[in-house]
Structure formats: C-alpha cells, structure tokens
Design a protein around this ligand. Sequence first.
Ligand code: F0G
Length: 456
Amino acid sequence: MPVIFEPFKIKVVEPLALLTRQERELHLRAAGGNLFGVPAEAVTFDFLTDSGQAAMSTEQWSAVMRADESYAGSRSFKRFEASVRELCGYRNIIPTHQGRAAERILFSLTVSKGKLIPSNCHFDTTRANIEYGGGEALDLVIDEARDPQHPHPFKGNIDLQKLERVVRERRADIPLGMVTITNNTAGGQPVSLENLRGISRILRAAGIPFLLDACRFAENCWFIREREPGQAQRTPHEIAREVFSLADGCTVSGKKDALVNMGGFLALDDDELALRARNLLILTEGFPTYGGCSARDLEAMAVGLHESLDPHYLEYRARSTAYLAQGLNRAGIRTVQPPGGHAVYIDAHALLPHIPAEQFPGQALAIELYLHGGIRSCEIGSVMFGKLTPDGSFAPARNELVRLAIPRRVYTQSHIDRVIELAGEVAARASSLRGLRMSYRPEFLPHFTGRFESVG
Ligand code: F0G
C-alpha cells in the first residue's frame, strides 16, 4: 500500500506550544481539571473538536478578499447560493452563523409540545433545540451502533423497521424526520446510501419532510464510495448529489466539511417554510443575504464545500483518521470500530477497568493525555452524559469514551505519529491512573464548566 500523503503544501505556519509537564500541571489546576478551561497556548495537539478548526486553502483566502460586504444583495451571497444549490439542489438557501442557529430557526417553526423528531442520533445542539421547544428528539440508530467493537460498515444507519413503526403510530406528531451524516454522537459513523433511500421512501410515503443534518456530508459520501457495493466508480460529488436529492432540505454547520472557521446554513425546498425561516432569520441572525455571517465567510464556504469533495483530500482524510486509530490499537488502546470520519474514540473503560464510571475514567484519561503530552481531547462518557438521579445515586453513561477529533488539513502524519507514541506511554502505565471526583457540578452541561479532583 503506497503512503497516502497530505495532498497540499503548507503556506502559513503557526508554532506549536511546547510546555513541560510541570507547566501543564499549573494550567490544569487553574482550570479545575477541565480541559475546556485550559488556554489554547498551553495545548500542543488540539483534538478537542474538528469544528471550526480547518486550515483554509489559497482559493478560500482569495475568495475572502473578493467578498462584497454589502448589507443587502451582496454578490458574495449569490456565489454562495449558487455553490450550495449546485450541490444540494434545494430552492431556498438561508445562511446562518453556525449549525445550531439553523437548527434553532428550523425547530422554532416546526416543533411544539408533543411533537416528535426521529433521527439516527441527534447531536446535542439538535436535541437541545428540539427539547427547548417542548418536542421529543428520538434516536433510532441500529443496535450495532451501541457496541463499540461491532465492525458494521454503516453504524450511522437508522433501524428502518423502528422508523416505519414510529411513523405509523405517531404520524400526526412528526413535523419532519432527520438523519445526521456522519453520525457524530455514535462515533462519526456513516449512513449508507441504501439506508438513506429507505428513510426517504418511508418519510415521503407518509408525507413527512426529510432533512439532513449534513455537516459532515463529504466524509459520509466518501465512506459510501469506499464501503457500499456498486459505489466505487462514482465521484464523491455524484454521490453527494444523490444524497441531497433524497431529502427535502438540510441544516449544515459549515465549520466541518465546508472547511471554514465560522458559518452554516439552512436549505429548504418548501417555499412557505423558507419564507417564515427568513423572517425569523432577520429577527435573530441578520438580513437573508448574509444571515449572521460576513460575506467573506460565505465566500469561503462556497469554495470549501466543493474542495471537501476532492477525492484526494477525502482519501487522505479517511486514511489519516484510520491511521491514528490503528496506531492507538497497536499500542494496546481500544477504539470504537470502525474508525469514524472526523474522530477516533478511545474506549476508556477498556483501558482503565479499575476506575468505576462514577469516578470518570474518560476524564481521568483525557487529563493524563494532556499532562503527559499536551494532547487535548474530549470526554464523551459519564461527565457528559451521567445523571444524578432524584434519590442521589449516579446513573452512568452507556460508554466511557474519549474523542480525539482531527481538525481538517492542520496536523501532519508526524504529529499523529507523536500523538500515538505519547498515548502509548500513557497506556503502558494505565493501571497507575486514578479516578476523579466532581468538586463542582453545574446544573447543565457539566463537561464545559465542571471541576474535578483526584480521588485517593
Ligand atoms: N450537528 C452535528 C452533527 C455536529 O457535530 C455539530 C457540532 C452541530 C450540528 C452544531 O454545529 O457547532 O456549528 O453550531 N459539533 C461540534 C463537535 C461542536 O465538536 O462535534 P455548530
């Protein structure tokens, strides 16, 4: 197998922060053991998220300079609209400052108490926006997705039988159906074209609009091309056109596959809904030809959306994620299988079986990866999803994972090699890691601001 190299040259560089363990200890103590509180200048390898972290291309930066910042009717909007429409085909393209703003507008207009939105897995902000409106966000992902070691190639798929049943029993309560591509919550796993066709058939037969949460659409299309029988000869662009044609609209955070640092959009075929969405956009985001973005953001997205479908880029992207997973596996660290598109998820429970869920093994591992190597990751386990029950006991999360999300076009293979080496050193002395106690637990979203102390 030939080496798959980064298909770009580097034109602008930013030095990495190289600190000692003692220096990192001081930063972590000041942050109360929470990596969200550590300043970026004290992080060497930042894998907290892939969102908004992309390095932009020369073409994107050129487009930024071309931007027309007119308040109304800007030429940049026209270019953005044409770029999105060429890809998705939807009639109405509504820019928002990021993905959750598109979600908020969509669900403000469609969800009220008693409504139900089925999906494979809703991302946190999607779920929160549905629940904020009094609705129910229902996850219908296939059972295989719940098992971190199951090798199913499309662990983002919806269980179509469950979807059919829900549609049959609750039709009147369902204003729209969704699917997240790729399925971030369940490990960055793709949804197959066959499954998307099935979802579309079921929803359309029932007259229910179908929307994609499409922020990682390009990575999903690459997995379809690589893993789905009969798809290898098609370009990612052709696959993407078909994927979008199966749905009636989408919400997109441009901070992922549109390769920008800020931006997003809502796209809808339904003119009447789009009219109401634009009115709400004016109220909360901005005029419909910029909608919460500057024109330069729209220009960069217009270019990035198409760059991310370049097969050389996607091959490198998928291979570098798999490369990190395989390196960690060789160092004795179990990861969710198969590796996702944008991130590798370490199974912290498997690595630290001596730390019980209520002592947060994922957070303990994330902290040690930081102290030992300056690697910033994100716990997706009992810190994020554990619940204090009314009787005062603790209900842990289903899995104790640590996510290493890979920014697009930012780190090279030697960075990844060093991360594998450092993580391997942590794994070699895993049994000496200790559990944690949450010394401050905020009422909501404890992973952002909770504080931690070592136990024992
Ligand atoms: N949908 C999915 C699947 C996401 O992963 C995200 C963000 C959003 C919607 C919201 O987009 O941040 O632009 O408002 N995911 C980031 C992450 C935050 O780290 O996975 P946003």
